[in-house]
Structure formats: C-alpha cells, structure tokens
Design a protein around this ligand. Structure first.
Ligand code: NAD
Ligand code: UDP
Length: 314
C-alpha cells in the first residue's frame, strides 16, 4: 500500500485515476482548487477510509508525504486555459516546481501529465517522442503548450540535477464520463449539443484530425508508466485518427432524431491540423495499447451525458 498524491484529482482524468488507485488499495491524497474540477467528481470517494482531499492551489508550495505523485493539476480545455493565460503558465511552471520540490524532499516518484500539445501543429506525422514540435510561443495556445514544455524541462532538470525519480506522459486527446458538459472540448461539446437538439459546431471545414483515447485506457497507461522505471517522455493515446467532421457525423448517427445539424464556425488560430500518436515506445516499454474502440467509448460517454443533462440539479 502506497501513499499517492494526485494533483488535479477532482478533474476528469484525475477522478478516474483516483478510482483506480483506491481500487488497488492505495492511500490517495487529492489536491485541487476546483478551477475546472468538481466536487461531484470526487464525492463517491469522500467517505472512503483511504481518501483525503485538500483544497489547494498548486501554485502555492505545500508540505506533504508521499511515495508517488501524479501531477495533473492544470486546465486542459482551450476555453479554460485561455481564460487566464498567465494563471495557466503559473500553474504549469510554479505548480510543477512545487510538486517536484515535494518529490525531491520525500524521495517520491513523480509523473507529469504533459500533452501532445508540446508538438504544436506538427510537421511530423504520426508524432514520435523524438519530434521537437512546432509551437507558436506567442499564439493563443502558447500559455498551455509552452507551459507544459517548460514543465517537462523542469522535470528533466530535477531528474538530472537532483536525482529525482520522474516520468513524463505526453497525453493525447482523452475523453469519457466526468468531462464537464461546458468543458469546450470537442467530444463533450458535440455530444451535449446533439442531446440538447442544438446545432453541432464544427470549427473550420472539419478536415483537421485528432485521435481520441477513452479514459480507462489512458489511466491504465498512466499507472503502468508510474510503475515502470522509465522517465519518458512517453506518448499515451489512441492511434485511431479521425477527422472532426467524421466525429461529428458519427455522434449524429449515434444520437438520432434530435433535430441537430452540423454548422461551421471559424477555425481558431493555431488549431493543429493533424494529430496522431506513435505509441511504439509505450507498447515496447509498458506492454500498453488502448483497448476501447471509439464507438464503445462514445457510447459510454453519451450514456453519461444523457444522465447528467437529465439531472435537475445541473
Ligand atoms: P480537467 O480540467 O478536467 O482537470 C484538471 C484539474 O486540475 C481540475 O480538477 C482543476 O480544478 C485542477 N486545477 C487546475 N488548476 C489548478 C491549480 N492551480 N491548483 C490545483 N488544481 C488545479 O482536465 P483533464 O482532462 O482531467 O486533464 C488532466 C491533466 O491531463 C492536465 O494536466 C492536462 O493538461 C493533461 N492532459 C489532458 C488531456 C485530455 O485530453 N484530457 C490531454 C493532454 C494532457
Ligand atoms: N472543435 C470543433 N468544435 C467544437 C470544439 C472543438 O470543431 O465545438 C475542434 C477544434 O477546433 C479542434 C478539435 O475539435 O480542431 C479538438 O478540439 P479540442 O478543444 O477538443 O482539443 P484540442 O484542440 O486541444 O486538441
């Protein structure tokens, strides 16, 4: 039984990770400031004897004991991370610095939830870990992309200079239950729009691609990486690539007869045109690859949002 800190644990991925770690018998300490997370996500664990919640902003230092730290605290949706770009950068840089400080002091292994966004609008396809990326340092996505790139640099600095035991996961687009209905990311947007009979907003002509990983697969990959000796960076994502228009049409087929139609809106500046992970490294080192098909994952996510939107208290 280990003591494991999960920063950002009240968020989408973090709450699934906590569920898995509690299920394995570990003690979990969740740190979150509820910027994009919610109390409802962690409510099922509140009475669990091995669960502890601390309302805390990771930008501020904190003293904790831990064997492992999963550092996920950071808004992930462009809508949320662009809301206050300076705060996003502070969360990535100062937040990661503070978590690394704990890891150094108590000799914990720390895993950084980095992102495929470090590759920016990639010229290499699919993206391998050796690709340095194509990021605009002054564009609207820079606070997130450059923040995570700086966080990665801090992590390898602590590994090489302070001998901290680290891992960097480069997470590709992940979806599933417990995303916020107003999250702004494409899967939750499309599903909620169609369930509400609203028009489905495709940005640009919808020819841009993404590769969507179901959250249970991602959590499995994160835990395997933490349990390995590898420091990464390691891509974790589902290599099944689809265009955004294909995703929209698929969701319309899966939720028929609500009256929704596809409408087109401007493509946001610096929106990456193609994205697909090369997961050769994760397969080789962790024996990991995603198992949940897009259809099955979308089905479970649609069921979740149908239930959420039907609640009277949301
Ligand atoms: P999310 O927004 O649902 O969760 C982020 C959590 O961090 C929220 O609970 C939020 O309240 C918390 N948080 C934000 N700023 C904080 C701060 N300063 N102090 C304490 N807590 C703070 O996002 P998610 O999709 O669960 O993403 C989790 C992590 O994975 C993030 O670091 C994100 O960058 C990374 N990631 C996610 C994806 C994806 O597709 N979901 C892809 C790549 C990387
Ligand atoms: N997108 C869209 N309609 C929406 C939300 C997003 O067409 O309502 C597009 C967006 O422009 C991008 C893709 O879907 O090309 C994925 O967007 P998301 O914000 O989910 O993630 P990211 O761009 O960070 O990969």
């Amino acid at each position: 039984m280990k003591t494991i800190v999960v920063s950002g644990g009240a968020g989408f991925i973090g709450s699934h990770l906590i569920e898995a770690l509690l299920g394995q018998g570990h003690v979990v300490v969740c740190l979150d400031n509820f910027f994009t997370g919610s109390k409802r996500n962690i409510l099922p664990f509140m009475n669990h004897p091995n669960f502890e919640f601390i309302r805390h902003d990771v930008v501020v230092p904190i003293l904790l004991e831990a064997d492992q730290i999963y550092h996920l605290a950071c808004p992930a949706s462009p809508v949320h991370y662009q809301n206050n770009p300076i705060k996003t950068l502070k969360t990535s840089v100062l937040g990661t610095l503070n978590m690394l400080g704990i890891a150094k002091r108590v000799k914990a292994r720390i895993l950084l939830a980095s992102t495929s966004e470090v590759y920016g609008d990639p010229e290499v396809h699919p993206q391998t870990e050796s690709y340095y990326g194509n990021v605009n340092p002054v564009g609207p996505r820079a606070c997130y992309d450059e923040g995570k790139r700086a966080a990665e640099t801090l992590v390898v600095g602590y590994r090489d200079y302070n001998r901290v035991n680290v891992a960097i996961a480069r997470i590709f687009n992940t979806y599933g239950p417990r995303m916020l209905p107003n999250d702004g990311r494409v899967v939750s947007n499309f599903i909620c729009q169609v369930l509400k009979g609203e028009n489905l907003t495709v940005y640009g002509d919808g020819s841009q691609t993404r590769s969507f990983c179901y959250v249970s697969d991602l959590v499995d990959g994160l835990v395997r990486l933490m349990e390995s000796n590898d420091s990464g960076p390691m891509n974790l994502g589902n290599p099944h690539e689809v265009t955004i228009i294909e995703l929209a049409q698929r969701i319309l087929q899966m939720i028929p007869h609500t009256g929704s139609v596809i409408i087109f809106k401007d493509l946001p500046q610096d929106d990456p045109m193609r994205r697909k992970p090369d997961i050769g490294l994760a397969k080789k080192v962790l024996g990991w690859e995603p198992k949940v098909s897009l259809d099955r994952g979308l089905g479970a996510t649609i069921d979740y949002f149908r239930n959420e939107l039907g609640r009277v208290d949301v």
